[in-house]
Design a protein around this ligand. Structure first.
Ligand SMILES: [Zn+2]
Length: 341
C-alpha cells in the first residue's frame, strides 16, 4: 500500500509524538482497509508498514529523554497492536485532555452493486468484531477457552448501497497485526463483465475472473474454456456430442471471412487453455494471455456486429427459434457435470 506521509512537527513532549503516531497509524489502516475492500478479492490481503511513521517521529523529538520514552512506548504498541473497529476516530478523556485511541476506521467504500448495475458508494451500517468476547455473548456465551489476543480482529461488516438501500453486502475481514485479509463475503462477488461479452454465457466468464482474482488459476482456466465451449455451441447450433477442438473448428469456419483472418482465433485460445488444464497447472501467464485474446475476439465481434444466430438447419424449418443474447444457454451435460465436481 502506498501512503503519502507528511513530515511531522517538532515534538517537545512525548505525548504529542504518541498522538501523531496513533493518528497516522489509524489513517494508514483506514486507507488499507478501503483498498482491500475496493480492489482486492477473496483471500487476498493488504499490509500496512508502520515503520516510516515511527522513523519520522523519532527524528523530530527534541529531547533525548523523550526519544527513549517514545521508543519504549512504541515497542509496547508493536507487541500488542490493538485496533478496535469503529466508523469514526475514538477518543478517551483523561482529566481535561482528550487522547486518540488506536482504531480500525471503517469508511464508506465503492463496491459493485448488482442491483444498480455499477460501482456505488456503500456505507457500513453494522459491524462487529467477532473475536471480541462481548460480541460473542460474554465468556459464558462462547463454549471455548479460545482467546484471539489484542493484535487480531475478525470483523464482520454489513455494507449497504447508498443508492438502492437493498440487501447489504456482508464482508468478513481478518486483521493480523498490520495485515488485513478479506476472508469472506455474502452474497458471492459479481464482477463487471465487459459489454462485448455475450450475456448468455457471461456467468462463466465472470466466474473465471473471480477464480483468477482469488488465486484459483486452474479453476479460472476451466471457466474460461467452458465459456468458449458454451458460446460456440450456441452460435453454431450444436446440440450433439462433439469434441472441443471439433466444436471450435466448426465455430471458426462459421465466422465471416474478412474478419476471421485477422481476429484472434478462439480455436487457438481453446487449445492453449487446454494444455494447463490437462496437466492441472496454475498457469497465470496462459490465463492472462488467452483472456486478452478472447476479449479482443469478442470486441471485434461487437464492433462488426457479427450475428450470434445459429445457421438454419436445411430440413428443419419449424425450428426458427431466435437464440439471441437474452436466451439462457442449454447446459451441456458433460460440462455441467464437470462444473459440479
Ligand atoms: Zn445499489
Amino acid at each position: 500500500m502506498s501512503y503519502n506521509l507528511p513530515k511531522p512537527p517538532r515534538f517537545t513532549e512525548v505525548s504529542g509524538a504518541k498522538q501523531w503516531t496513533i493518528h497516522y497509524h489509524n489513517d494508514m489502516a483506514r486507507v488499507a482497509l478501503s483498498e482491500l475492500l475496493e480492489t482486492k478479492h477473496l483471500y487476498q490481503k493488504v499490509s500496512v508498514d508502520p515503520k516510516p511513521v515511527a522513523n519520522a517521529v523519532s527524528e523530530t523529538i527534541v529531547y533525548p529523554a523523550d526519544k527513549d520514552a517514545y521508543k519504549i512506548w512504541l515497542a509496547k504498541q508493536r507487541e500488542h497492536l490493538k485496533l478496535v473497529p469503529a466508523t469514526q476516530p475514538r477518543l478517551t478523556i483523561a482529566g481535561s485532555v482528550s487522547q486518540l485511541l488506536s482504531t480500525l476506521i471503517i469508511d464508506n467504500v465503492k463496491l459493485y452493486c448488482s442491483n444498480c448495475g455499477g460501482r456505488e458508494a456503500f456505507a457500513p451500517i453494522w459491524f462487529a468484531d467477532t473475536f471480541n468476547s462481548t460480541t460473542r455473548g460474554g465468556t459464558n456465551g462462547y463454549p471455548s477457552t479460545f482467546s484471539a489476543g489484542p493484535d487480531s480482529n475478525m470483523v464482520l461488516i454489513h455494507f449497504q448501497c447508498l443508492i438502492c438501500k437493498t440487501r447489504p453486502e456482508i464482508l468478513l475481514i481478518e486483521r493480523d497485526k498490520w495485515e488485513l485479509k478479506l476472508h469472506g463475503r455474502s452474497p458471492m462477488e459479481t464482477v463487471e463483465v465487459p459489454h462485448y461479452i455475450p450475456k448468455a454465457e457471461s456467468r462463466l466468464y465472470s466466474d473465471g475472473v473471480i477464480a483468477f482474482d482469488s488465486g484459483k488459476t486452474l479453476a479460472a482456466l476451466f471457466y474460461l474454456r467452458s465459456f468458449l465451449e458454451q458460446f460456440a455451441r450456441r452460435v453454431t447450433g450444436t446440440t450433439e456430442k462433439l469434441r472441443g477442438d471439433e466444436l471450435m473448428e466448426k465455430y471458426n469456419e462459421g465466422l465471416p471471412s474478412p474478419q476471421r483472418d485477422w481476429m484472434p482465433s478462439l480455436r487457438d485460445a481453446y487449445e492453449k487453455i487446454s494444455i494447463p488444464i490437462h496437466s492441472a497447472t496454475d498457469d497465470v501467464a496462459t490465463f492472462n494471455d488467452m483472456k486478452a485474446k478472447v476479449d479482443k475476439h469478442f470486441e471485434i465481434r461487437k464492433v462488426h456486429e457479427i450475428s450470434e444466430k445459429p445457421p438454419e438447419k436445411p430440413n428443419d424449418k419449424t425450428e426458427e427459434k431466435d437464440s439471441t443474447e437474452h436466451s439462457s444457454p442449454k447446459p451441456d451435460a458433460e460440462t455441467a457435470s464437470n462444473l459440479g465436481t
